[in-house]
Design a protein around this ligand. Sequence first.
Ligand code: UD1
Ligand code: CA
Length: 455
Amino acid sequence: MSGLSVVILAAGQGTRMRSMRPKVLHAVAGKPMLQHVIDAAGALSASAIYVVYGHGGDAVCSRLADQPVQWIEQAEQLGTGHAVNQAMPAVPAHHTVMVLYGDVPLITDSTLRRLAAAAADGMGLLTTHLSDPAGYGRIVRDDAENVLAIVEEKDATERQRAIQEVNTGMLAASAADLRRWLDALDNNNAQGEYYLTDIIARAVSEGLSINTVNPEVVAEVMGVNNRVQLAQLERDYQRRQCEKLMMSGVTLLDPERFDLRGTLTAGQDVIIDVNVVVEGDVILGDGVYIGPNCYLREVSIAADTRISSHSVLEQADIGAECRIGPFARVRPETRLADRVHIGNFVEVKKSRVATGSKINHLSYVGDTLVGNDVNIGAGVITCNYDGANKHRTIIGDNAFIGSDTQLVAPVEVGAGATIGAGSTITHDTPAGELTLSRIRQKTVSGWQRPTKKTD
Ligand code: UD1
Ligand code: CA
């Protein structure tokens, strides 16, 4: 092939989404639909990708500003042929042009490769068969099965409407031919639009062969016009993703109740219980178990760690053989070494916890360095914020922090130190010693509880 230019149509209003947001920015698996299409096109090593966006569609360009695409505005939506033609001045004549749709997100690069190949000796046209073809352009063939034309439903005869082979809208053709055909289009049809589909009959009249290609699964060519269709594609995408994960050796206790919005790299014998949501890039080592109702975003978890139910972990690095949860919250910039225990109702933020340390109950640990084999009792709080700035807490190896202690940062607890329960620690505490700040217990002997007055 002598160079490929991809044109993605994304100028439609998307009125039926009933949204403030342009349709192509609505997400499937956490990623804007248009981004899915750009990624599929990107995998073809195209020379250029043009996105035709609509008037007022600046939100699209700014949301996807970092994409390797060229933005082309179609100020007025005069039809699919008019839309493609907006990009043509930028396309070199010797290129093959592939037309894709920004609201048809699940198209795969492997199907697109076959479509590009089909354009080598004629025009490539992606079609599919639908039991209910209503709304789509129909593929009209002659007795020898050669494609003659595409007829839009609104322009079709009764007999043509019965045809079940439909136009997906995606095609590939030579840029020089396309430019000539598009310049000659008219809008004398039921919708008063410049139809891209009219180029098929022109190509046929010039003796070109129209080579049709079908997707591997129909979902690849399904478009999104409303939120019902968006949800259907989401489920389809999730189901296929789950199948891949399971085939690669991950146990999903219920693939219907697992959502991946990103990439999951998993070792052997990973088990994921129900209602787990994974976002961004997540890495799970061999033998990791993720309990029910957990949310993981951009985390890596090393081998044989167990995350118990209802835990939320974001942007954290978790070592091997850790025990996290249930009901734990591990916040960004946290690094836990091997065999760390983080128990219920414990929040850890921007902290490093070294090997074998335990924070088992109801604690907040923020901006803290915790050494090896430290035991942090129930209800310990690092007071890391003075209302204006954050301060660090350092806890040495083997320290024991009694329950209900407040560590007022900046503060350092020496190695092997013991802090008595209920202390408020405002100064550094020496290594190996017991420090406590609570008042001495006393007993008032003979004291009587008040009794209720009777009149
Ligand atoms: C189009 C096809 C039809 C096909 C169907 C598949 C034509 C004339 N018809 O019909 O054969 O079966 O898609 O879904 O091509 N767009 C623009 N600018 C425009 C008009 C459209 O960017 O001026 C974009 C839309 O955002 C959309 C795509 O092109 O992503 C298709 O437009 P739409 O109006 O939905 O075409 P259909 O009538 O569905
Ligand atoms: Ca459509």
